[in-house]
Design a protein around this ligand. Structure first.
Ligand code: ADP
Length: 161
């Protein structure tokens, strides 16, 4: 049988335990998950694409069948290149839905054979986002419950400068 490869695209600036929760759920269903960092300079990320990829690699190293990549440009082109027709996204609350629907419909228009599959994280991660984490870290907040240990360290280093 052909391997079912799913792509999990996002900014991951930085990866949080909410993202990790989604990755763990996704590998339970798909043969391989490629966590794919969107390389978007316009968004002025806190971490470079390479830093974001390294942090994810370290955080997922104990999870089988997960790899890490990056892309710029259209997600659908990247998916086709990796022989994938499944994009994974996380849904925290109804507030995510409007934006996620827009992306999913545009992507479907561009690549009709693909499916966007949504996963719900554990309730404890519903209020967690990379932007909240960046803001709290900039004020020295303790984020150990919300972040992989290596990400917590990287954030502390970033804001110690
Ligand atoms: P993007 O800029 O593409 O929204 P993010 O890194 O913020 O990138 O999020 C990537 C995906 O992960 C999105 O589908 C987002 O809804 C989901 N996500 C982000 N944080 C969480 C979380 N705490 N729990 C579940 N899913 C999440």
């Amino acid at each position: 049988m052909k391997k079912k490869i799913a792509i999990y695209p996002g900014s991951f600036d930085p990866v949080t335990n909410g993202h990790i929760d989604i990755i763990k759920r996704a590998v339970g269903i798909f043969d391989e998950v490629i966590v794919s960092v969107l390389s978007n300079r316009e968004k002025k990320p806190l971490f470079t694409t390479e830093e974001r990829m390294e942090m994810i690699k370290e955080a997922v190293k104990a999870i089988a069948n997960v790899s890490v990549g990056s892309f710029s440009g259209l997600l659908v082109d990247y998916m086709k290149k990796h022989n994938s027709n499944v994009a994974i996204r996380g849904l925290r609350a109804v507030s995510d839905l409007d934006y996620e629907f827009q992306i999913a419909h545009i992507n479907r228009e561009l690549y009709p054979e693909m499916e966007t599959v949504f996963f719900m994280p554990n309730a404890k991660y519903v209020y967690l986002s990379s932007s909240i984490v960046r803001e709290a870290a900039s004020f020295g907040g303790d984020l150990s419950k919300h972040l992989p240990a290596n990400v917590k360290q990287a954030l502390e280093k970033k804001f110690a400068k």
